[in-house]
Design a binder for this molecule. Structure first.
Ligand code: G3I
Length: 375
């Protein structure tokens, strides 16, 4: 039989058909993708517009009479979304590492204030207060301290010089200091630190007195973890600050760190009761290092539970007469101490790694907004 098309023509025709089909398919699917892209971009700009209608945390916190803040690292301040989110949302910053003994006083006759200066200047430029963290701690100490062999008088001179130099430099610029950090051990005893060994238990009282001499207007805090609710450590911290207060030592409050795990949420009633007994001593409380870690990757349910913990903790603070600040240990999951220190855990803060607000952020907004509307 004579074929009108040769087999070769037929094969070419099929190939051509397939190619035309692919090209047409590509054009159609490209159009679909373009449509999708433009819908997404419309949605994104609508979300942005809605977000602009929500007041920042700091505005709502101010209406509720508390400060709201975050720990910061100086080197990230040059990253635009980091700086913009900080200045928009918060009115108090804590120096995460910049003022610890090792970075700020690396050798006996050398102080390095660059990072702390940058944080304090940023805060001032954006109408924020600063919490100085921390004058006396057993971690992040330089070798000249950890390996130093000094007499008791020399230890006192070293600590006095350190506190006087650091606090004086930021006189009237740093609003509150974590003067002594984590001096109580988990069993409620005084932690065995270089300061206890070198000076004796009175190093705590002396640190508060020297800080007060250097800046009489600064608020002075004792800061610790595991002491927010009930228990042996919480009682030991209570007894320590009670003794200090009754002996006339210049202490204004207690900082409760609150590094929480989703797996063991706190008992909020116990925290409220602890805030109250500290109030009875005439002391402020500040939530100083809040974060809520969870196993990663986070599920939607995890993030909802996390948001509830942030919400409940803020409720406790707002309901207490003496809770003056609510500070988180960072704000973006991009920069948090959690994954390095707790492998397998993360996502502990209120903005994700791309600076998008998480459920926890909206939980804080809603608590503050509800209470603003009640007033
Ligand atoms: O700055 C050095 C750098 O020079 C060096 O190259 C690098 C190598 O590891 O280390 C850098 O220091 C690190 C420092 O953070 C600054 O990034 C330390 O290794 C690291 O251990 C240190 O971790 C800090 C930790 O305290 C130290 O114990 C965390 O960032 C900080 O978030 C954490 O904060 C503490 C509070 O002060 C007290 N309450 C608990 C809280 C969490 O542990």
């Amino acid at each position: 039989m004579h074929l009108f098309f040769s087999k070769k023509d037929l094969a070419l025709g099929i190939v051509l058909g397939v190619v035309i089909g692919l090209v047409l398919g590509y054009v159609v699917s490209t159009r679909d993708i373009d449509d999708l892209k433009s819908q997404i971009s419309n949605l994104q700009s609508q979300i942005e517009q809605i977000r602009e209608l929500i007041p920042p945390l700091r505005t709502l916190a101010e209406e509720n009479g508390i400060l709201i803040g975050s720990a910061v690292t100086a080197s990230y301040l040059t990253e635009a979304p980091y700086a913009q989110t900080l200045s928009r949302e918060f009115d108090i910053l804590t120096t995460e590492n910049a003022l610890k003994f090792e970075p700020v006083h690396p050798s006996r006759d050398q102080y390095t204030f660059g990072d702390a200066d940058a944080i304090v200047s940023f805060a001032e430029a954006n109408g924020m207060k600063v919490r100085g963290h921390t004058l006396v701690w057993h971690q992040q100490l330089p070798g000249w301290i950890t390996q130093g062999t000094f007499t008791r008088e020399e230890w006192k001179t070293i600590l006095h010089d350190h506190i006087t130099t650091v606090v004086s430099r930021y006189k009237r610029r740093i609003y509150a200091w974590d003067v002594v950090n984590e001096a109580i051990d988990d069993d409620g005893s005084l932690r065995n630190t270089v300061w206890l060994q070198g000076i004796g238990p009175e190093y705590i009282r002396l640190a508060f007195e020297w800080a007060h001499e250097a800046d009489p207007q600064a608020l002075l805090f004792y800061n610790d973890y595991g002491a927010s609710g009930s228990g042996v450590k919480s009682d030991a911290v209570y007894n320590l600050v009670k003794n200090l207060t009754e002996s006339g030592v210049p202490i204004n409050g207690v900082g409760l760190q609150m590094h929480i795990s989703l797996e063991s949420p706190p008992v909020f009633g116990d925290i409220a009761a602890n805030f109250e007994r500290l109030n009875d001593l005439g002391l402020e409380v500040q939530v100083t290092e809040l974060d809520v870690r969870l196993r990663t990757p986070a599920t939607t349910e995890d993030l909802t539970q996390q948001a509830n913990i942030y919400r409940n903790m803020l409720e406790v603070c707002l309901s207490a007469d003496n809770c003056t600040a609510f500070v988180m240990w960072g704000f973006t999951d991009k920069y948090s101490w959690i994954p390095a220190a707790n492998p397998g855990y993360g996502s502990a803060l209120i903005f994700d790694e791309s600076y998008n607000p998480k459920s926890a952020y909206f939980a804080l907004i809603s608590v503050l907004a509800e209470r603003s509307n009640q007033d």
